[in-house]
Structures are given as structure tokens and as C-alpha cells.
Ligand binder design. Sequence first.
Ligand code: PMP
Length: 375
Amino acid sequence: MSPQILDNALGAVGNTPLIRLDKVAAQFGLKCNLLAKVEFLSVGGSIKDRIAKAMIEAAETEGKLIPGQSVVIEPTSGNTGIGMAMACAIKVISGAQIMWTHKGYRCIITLPNKMSLEKEAALRALGAEVVRTPTEAAWDSPESHIGRVAKKLQRKIPGGIILDQYRNVNNPLIHELSTGPEIIEAVVSTPSTPERPSSGKVDVVVCGAGTGGTVTGVSRAMKKTHNKECIMVGVDPKGSILALPESLNTADDGAQYIVEGIGYDFIPDVLSRDPVDVDSWIKTGDEESFDAVRVLMRTEGLLVGGSSGSALSGAEKWFKTEAGQKVGQTEGMNVVLILADGIRNYMSKPWFLSMAMDAKPSELAGQIAGVLKDE
Ligand code: PMP
């Protein structure tokens, strides 16, 4: 599509690039193509912009949102909230789009304490109110961000409405209609050449699961319309219970994990439990996820967030399974990782700062010191 003027920031949601991870593939000893769907390049900085826009626009079409009256309330690990707050800031009654005065919908985001300060700051900058909730609270406890806090606010605040990403059909649907087809189009329209052979189809997709909207919707796009044989791999952090078979979830059960945006202590309605949709689940730990973030930064120049590291680490483990070895050693097979957000969300987190700041001094650092000493 040729460049054109967009009406507002929502026009720049999605349409993210698919980028080769050739150096990582070589490091892993792979013959297949390793490709990354880089979602931090969406306007709000994550894959969740897509569902925020879709849920708000569907609610508008259904007449559930009244500009100037409705108060959009959403429990989220942050990224859906940022997309919602962005949409709420943009929508105005008069048609004039003035940031900071938000004449559209007011927005309240309930956010567990564990989630980064950067997400809260972005939410507040977009004009949303943020209510922090205890991370430890189980999903059905009175303090749970998912359940009662948001619901209580909805009951008491006139015009309150929860679009509910955990149940809203537009969550998986928008991935079926946008994320999946964008991946398919990029793969199908890239010709196979002797230097870069391609099967011409998407053979494997690896992605983390939070609500499960991405894994479910992308899987449907692949299997219904493109390649029935496409293998969908879901990645779930240790300490979460989303993986199947359930026996996978016993390791480190109950442990708190630091990676944000993936894993839950309940099964969201939008996460398909049908083994046809998710072929295989892989569990990942914090440390290996953060190591993988470093690999993506240092070898591919991609400034991704923690769950993207989980996706890469999950893929690395999957390539060691029987099915994974077969795919990994076949030239032209296309394996896509979904990298859900960027490092902007985690700049102040100790796991990132220690990675960024305690890098071993390079040869160049020695040269710089020498040059400056001579001055
Ligand atoms: N990674 C990050 C950083 C996220 O914020 C989310 C959404 N919670 C996901 C992955 C998982 O996406 P989904 O909710 O579609 O499973």
C-alpha cells in the first residue's frame, strides 16, 4: 500500500513488519527461516493496540459507548490499557482531536502492582486513571484486578463499562482478521529464491499467551484459511497454568514470575482449549526469557520486551522437540515468532538495567578511554 495520510493514531495500529532473524537462526543451527512479527512497531507499542481498537470500535457500533458519558474500565497487564487509553484520548465529540483535554471516553485501568512504572506513566500521559491492585491476589479474590476491583468501579461509577478482553470475542477475532493475515501475506508475497528458499506458507507460529487472544486468533487464521498443517506453539511462563497438558504446569507452581503480559492463574474464556488450535505448549522461566531478550537486542537490533524473549526462548526449546528438529532442519520452512511489545515498557526494570548497563567493557571502550586520556 502506498503511504497515505491517516485520520488519527488509530490508523497506525498493526501493519507491523515481518523481519528475518538470520543471525539467531545461525546461532541455533537452524536451516529453516526464523521470522519475527515485530509488534512494538504498532503505534501504542504493542500487539494489544489491535484488540483495544477492535473492542472499542465494536462497542461503538453496538451503541454501547456514549462519548462524553461512558467510562471505559479495563483490567489489564498494561498493554491493552495503553491501546484503550489511546483510543479514549483520540475519540472526541466535536471531531477536533485535542490531546490532554480528552473529550472522548474517560478511561480507568486496573493494573497489578507487578506491572512496570513505564506502563503506568504511559497510561497517565494518555489521560487514563490507573488503579493498582495486589499482584498476589488470586483472580477471584476481592482485590483481583481481573475480577472485583474493575467490577466494583463499574457498578459505582456512572457510565462505567468493561469491554473485558478476557471474554470479548473481538480479542481473538482481530488477530484472526489482522495479525494472522498480515503474517500470511508477508510470507506468501516473498518469493522463494535459491539464496532464500521458502515453502511459500507459514509452517509454525510461536507466541506467548496472556488472555490467549493472539494464539487463538492467529491459529484460526492459519488453519482455517491458509495451512491446515501449520503448527501453533503457545508459550506459558513457569508459575502460570495456561499450558496443556496440565501436567506441564506443576514445575515451579505458584512461583511469581517477573515477565509481564503472559501467563495467568485462571483460564480466560478467549483462550482456546481445543488442541486443534494450539498444537504444543512450552513453559519458560524468567532468566531464559531475559537472556533471549539480550540475544534479540545484541544480534538482531530489536528492542523488545520480556515476553518476546519468552517467545524466542520457547522457540529454542521447541526446536529441540521431535517435530521442532524436523522443521528446524528443513530449508525453506517458515517459523514465525510473535514479539508482542518493546523495551520502552521496561526501561527501569532491574532485569533490563542490569542487562544494558553491566555489559562487559568492549575493545572500543578501551580505545575511547585512551583517546580521552590523551586530551
Ligand atoms: N506479551 C505482552 C507483553 C502482553 O502484554 C500480552 C498481553 N497480555 C501478551 C504477550 C499476550 O497476548 P494475549 O493476551 O493475546 O495472549
